[in-house]
Design a protein around this ligand. Structure first.
Ligand code: C5P
Length: 230
């Protein structure tokens, strides 16, 4: 099948809106592939940090984005998808707030985004793809048949992230997370290249106070409308 005919559901939104969880649950329900594009930016931020690069050195970080080998591996125990960077499992390393901030900084460099463009598009494989990120519906898959923009209040997003990081035993405070989330939202929304904004044809879902199952159902219904509507 030509890649352009393969169905795509894009789920964009700010950090902590639950995109990752929702995208993975929806991909499982549909039996489609999953692209966690944020993990690619995090991987480049991580690799640049390992190489001791100055994150504002656009040429050096772009070379790093072009040469870093990033792959995803299914977990053996049904847990989190493993992220392999240059042959090493860096799944936990890329989830730290420091790595999130590094990802956000390098993601503002246009040539870094260009370096990841083809890699992201290569995830479009039959029978379908669920892609989550910031610019999936606007830049990477503008022709996607289904687009969601998922959000939640900054306070709720900070609380969710706090819970996740605590469960992983990572030390953080709620106030610091809220500040970090607000700063990252602003950077992501104001950058000139691929700013965080809903695609004109995206369906907006505000998940504040919504249980995960309800959000999953609200997204699935877009792809698989109730029988009577088909
Ligand atoms: O989604 P996640 O928090 O893992 O993304 C980390 C950072 O990577 C974001 O803050 C954003 O700056 C960047 N990103 C991006 N475009 C994407 C996905 C992530 O700019 N499609």
């Amino acid at each position: 099948m030509s890649p352009n005919l393969i169905p795509v559901l894009t789920i964009d939104g700010p950090s902590g809106s639950g995109k990752g969880t929702i995208a993975s649950r929806v991909a499982d329900a549909l039996g489609w592939h999953l692209l966690d594009s944020g993990a690619l930016y995090r991987a480049v931020g991580f690799a640049a940090g390992m190489e001791g690069l100055d994150l504002s050195d656009a040429d050096a970080v772009t070379r790093c984005a072009q040469t870093t080998r990033i792959s995803f591996r299914d977990p053996k125990d049904g847990g989190e998808t493993r992220v392999i960077i240059n042959g090493l499992d860096a799944t936990d390393d890329i989830r730290t707030e420091t790595c999130g901030a590094a990802a956000s900084a390098i993601a503002a460099i246009p040539s870094v985004r260009a370096a990841l463009f083809d890699k992201q598009r290569s995830f479009r494989k039959a029978p379908g793809l669920v892609a989550d990120g910031r610019d999936m519906g606007t830049v990477i898959f503008p022709d996607a048949g289904h687009k969601v923009f998922l959000t939640a209040s900054a306070e709720e997003r900070a609380r969710r992230r706090y819970k996740q990081l605590k469960e992983k035993g990572l030390g953080v405070t709620l106030a610091a997370l809220l500040r970090e989330i607000q700063a990252r939202d602003l950077r992501d929304a104001e950058r000139p290249v691929a700013p965080l904004k809903p695609a004109a044809d995206a369906v907006l879902i505000d998940s504040t106070g919504m249980p995960i199952d309800a959000v999953v159902a609200a997204v699935l219904v877009l792809v698989r409308p109730p029988r009577a509507d088909r």
